[in-house]
Design a protein around this ligand. Structure first.
Ligand code: ADP
Length: 788
């Protein structure tokens, strides 16, 4: 054979990784596991099987966590928590370093075990999953070390309940555990039922590291066990990664329980290829975007948007490349695509593909060798799809790429954002100006420029919209496991719904004191045509306000949507508008103080007006100072963390401090580019309504602030349910807080609720601390590699 023939016919030989060590490790446990609770492995009554998806063989049996198991784990975590936190950051850092080192020392065993249990190629578990696990523990050992200086005024949440999926079993465990432990929380974690094994090996590493018992508890089980953890009253914080569907269930389940919740959910991430992209590079990126981990990746680049002028070339290149992908034994080191996690999942992928074809998509699957037996699915391309097709909207969670075309950058953005999800996006262009113009316009938590699936512990990961909320990694990820210390000292709010007075006491000037709603820059009569009385401290009628209804809320949300250009106004200009509002309020300080006095018996009305003016100055000052960050990620390039506005925020303002509480909430929201639909104090709404006179004369564009009065909890419910409201801040009673959280599950808007506690709005921390900045913004990480 001549060299040319040899070269052309060259075939891969088998390159199997031995699984002997991993099998031996399973044998040492008799292939049977219960849970890891209070520092020891426990036995369980009922078990389920975990199998190797590549060949169907039984790997081990694993415990099904019962309510008693979860109770025991939470109790152990509760007992361990105070001492774990008291140890201090630097001492906890040592444990995290030890875990990082142990992960590195056992990396091959962990990688093989992961591949056996999950079916992912060893190339990926060895080179991506496990190194990132170690990196995560190292990075967070650093945060533990720096906790006291970098997060002053904060403390641990307490016990974190964490539920993770099967696609990156140990990596997701590390993303959950590392920040939780660094911040001083203890943990009850449930691995996914398909992939519990590396978590069990990790439990052994915790023992080897000498981690105090009860700090990490791992309870195995199915969805019901997960629900027992997330709903447990002894759990203070819930972190979940999985499907949007289950995320919604958990949002409703935990509503009103006072738990901080982070959700990392599904996605249908766009992969945008412009005609000036390095097309071969883009195609190679696409292989990583959609065929990495068999496409079972929440941020998979599963929607290819390619510029029409190069679509034919790109599709031809993709098909050619697909013909070279190797599907087979995940333990073979030269395999590209391993096994699908389970036949149930594979059938679901097949069904979704069939539905796509029925919708009119053109199916392409390369003619490549497929393994006999095992759970495999070929790399698949569905081209000619339209944005509205189910297959272009719904997550397939498998090795299936859906492609469509666009003509202009604006159209690319429009199609990319035509999704209920917003996890990640990839932009391919050799024109950096174009790429960096597009990136901020994409509704996604992560944008990769000329790259894909880049992850690092230093850069936050998490989504917009129905991809969930909260970030994992980086400084922002640490805040998810911390809370301001003052929260523990707040007292329950006093109910001030003083609307049951005798209207016969009406003042003669009542008619003059009827305030309308303020929607889209105009004073508007309430849709229902009714007013509601406002009473003074002694029961006298001091005014009337509009009885807003759901239609008024809808109009207000629409007005807010129409004011979206506010997000693009320069921070300098927004600051100026806020200064102007402050100045105008100060000119009317006396009249505001007298309105406050008429409604409440508060003796500090003048002080409240003064504090409100000061608060406006405060947020005007901040408007152009909420800088992002340039993360130090281990690539040749940078990850730019940009603080972006949430969009439209619904705000239910508190009864305590009716003017200051209102301003304390709307000012940071608008300072950072949001629009608001605000519900003033229900008991004392007049002063907030009078603000319209100030806003009108302050150059604030119409629709940026909308004010609706009425039954606050009912109106807040409409806001919570509204799909075009992006976040909801609720400061009122406990019942309303619960409603706000439960009703927000529809579009999974981020909520910030008071849980029925009253804060001191005059206090710099409670009334204007870092929480306000973080709630008003979401972080987008834009990865920009450089080099030719
Ligand atoms: P995926 O589509 O990634 O399998 P799921 O959302 O079904 O995602 O599962 C992710 C994790 O959530 C798994 O550990 C699963 O056991 C758990 N889980 C499923 N249902 C619930 C529930 N109702 N409450 C809490 N956890 C659940």
């Amino acid at each position: 054979m001549d060299i040319m023939t040899a070269f052309k016919t060259m075939e891969y030989g088998p390159a199997p990784e031995s699984d002997a060590e991993a099998q031996a490790w399973l044998d040492t446990h008799n292939r049977s596991f219960g849970h890891f609770i209070d520092g020891a492995f426990t036995a369980t009554e009922t078990q389920f099987e975990t199998r190797n998806p590549a060949n169907g063989t039984l790997l081990a049996k694993v415990g099904s966590g019962s309510a008693a198991d979860v109770d025991a784990a939470v109790a152990a975590a509760r007992t361990a928590q105070p001492n774990w936190e008291k140890l201090g950051g630097p001492a906890r850092a040592r444990f995290l370093y030890a875990l990082a080192r142990l992960v590195q020392k056992n990396s091959r065993l962990l990688a093989v075990l992961e591949t056996l249990d999950n079916g992912k190629p060893i190339r990926e578990s060895r080179d991506i999953d496990i190194p990132l696990v170690a990196r995560h523990f190292y990075h967070h050992a650093g945060w533990a070390q720096l906790l006291e200086t970098e997060f002053p005024g904060h403390k641990a949440q307490g016990v974190a309940g964490q539920v993770i999926p099967w696609n990156f079993p140990l990596l997701m465990l590390s993303w959950k555990l590392a920040p939780a432990l660094a911040a001083g929380n203890t943990v009850v974690l449930k691995p996914a039922e398909y992939t519990p094994l590396t978590a069990m090996l990790f439990a052994e590493l915790c023992m080897q590291a000498g981690l105090p018992k009860g700090v990490v508890n791992i309870v195995n089980g199915q969805g019901e066990t997960g629900a027992l953890i997330s709903g447990h009253p002894g759990v203070n914080k819930v972190a979940f990664t999985g499907s949007t569907e289950v995320g919604r269930v958990i949002r409703r389940q935990t509503a009103g329980q006072g738990k901080k919740l982070t959700l990392e959910l599904g996605g249908k991430s766009p992969f945008i290829v412009f005609d000036d992209a390095d097309l071969d590079g883009a195609v190679e990126g696409l292989v990583d975007a959609i065929w990495f981990n068999q496409g079972q990746v929440c941020c998979a680049g599963s929607r290819l948007l390619v510029q029409e002028s190069v679509a034919d070339i790109v599709l031809a290149k993709i098909k050619a490349r697909m013909g070279k992908l190797r599907v087979g034994s995940p333990l073979d080191k030269s395999i590209d695509i391993g096994a699908i996690i389970d036949p149930v999942q594979r059938n679901q992928i097949a069904d979704r593909v069939a539905a796509g074809v029925a919708e009119g998509a053109i199916l392409f699957q390369p003619d490549i060798a497929m393994p006999e037996g095992g759970c495999f699915y070929p790399p698949t391309l569905l081209s000619g799809t339209e944005p509205a097709m189910t297959v272009a909207q719904e997550e397939i969670f498998g090795p299936v790429l859906v492609s469509m075309t666009f003509r202009t950058p604006a159209e690319a953005v429009q199609i990319a954002n035509n999704s209920r999800y917003g996890l990640a996006a990839s932009v391919w262009s050799e024109n950096i100006n174009l790429a960096l113009d597009i990136a901020p316009k994409l509704k996604a938590g992560i944008v990769w420029v000329n790259g894909t699936n880049m992850f690092d512990a230093a850069a936050g990961f998490g989504g917009y919209r129905e991809s969930g909320y909260g970030r994992e990694g980086g400084r922002e990820g640490m805040f998810e496991y911390l809370k301001p210390t003052y929260l523990d000292s707040l007292k329950p709010v006093k109910l001030m719904l003083n609307n049951d007075h005798d209207t016969k006491n009406a003042l003669s000037e009542t008619v003059d004191r009827t305030r309308k709603l303020y929607i889209g820059g105009k004073q508007t009569r309430p849709d229902g045509g009714y007013d509601r009385p406002v009473f003074g401290p002694k029961g006298a009628l001091v005014g009337q306000v509009g009885e807003g209804n759901r239609k008024d809320i809808r109009n207000a949300v629409e007005a807010a949507a129409n004011a979206s250009s506010w997000a693009g106004v320069s921070a300098h200009n927004r600051a100026q508008v806020l200064y102007y509002i402050a100045e105008n309020l100060s000119q009317r300080a006396d009249s505001f103080a007298s309105v406050l006095k008429s409604m409440t018996s508060a003796r500090n009305a003048e002080a409240e007006v003064e504090a409100s003016i000061d608060r406006l100055f405060h947020w005007a000052a901040w408007a152009d100072k909420l800088d992002g960050a340039v993360h130090n990620v281990p690539i040749r390039g940078v990850a730019l963390a940009m603080n972006e506005p949430m969009g439209t925020i619904g705000i239910a303002a508190p009864d305590e401090a009716p003017l200051l509480g209102f301003i304390a909430l709307i000012a940071p929201a608008i300072a950072f580019g949001n629009r608001v639909v605000a519900l003033p104090s229900q008991a004392h709404p007049l002063a907030a309504l009078d603000l319209y006179q100030v806003l009108e004369t302050s150059d604030l564009p119409a629709g940026v602030v909308n004010i609706v009065t009425g039954d606050r909890n009912a109106l807040a419910k409409t806001l919570a349910e509204h799909a075009n409201v992006d976040a909801l801040w609720f400061f009122g009673d406990a019942e309303g807080s619960k409603m706000a959280e439960a009703s927000s599950a529809g579009n999974l808007k981020r909520t910030w609720v008071s849980d029925g506690m009253a804060r001191d709005w005059f206090d710099a921390d409670q009334g204007a601390g870092g929480d306000f900045r973080r709630q008003a913004t979401q972080v987008k990480n834009i990865w920009v590699p450089y080099g030719e």
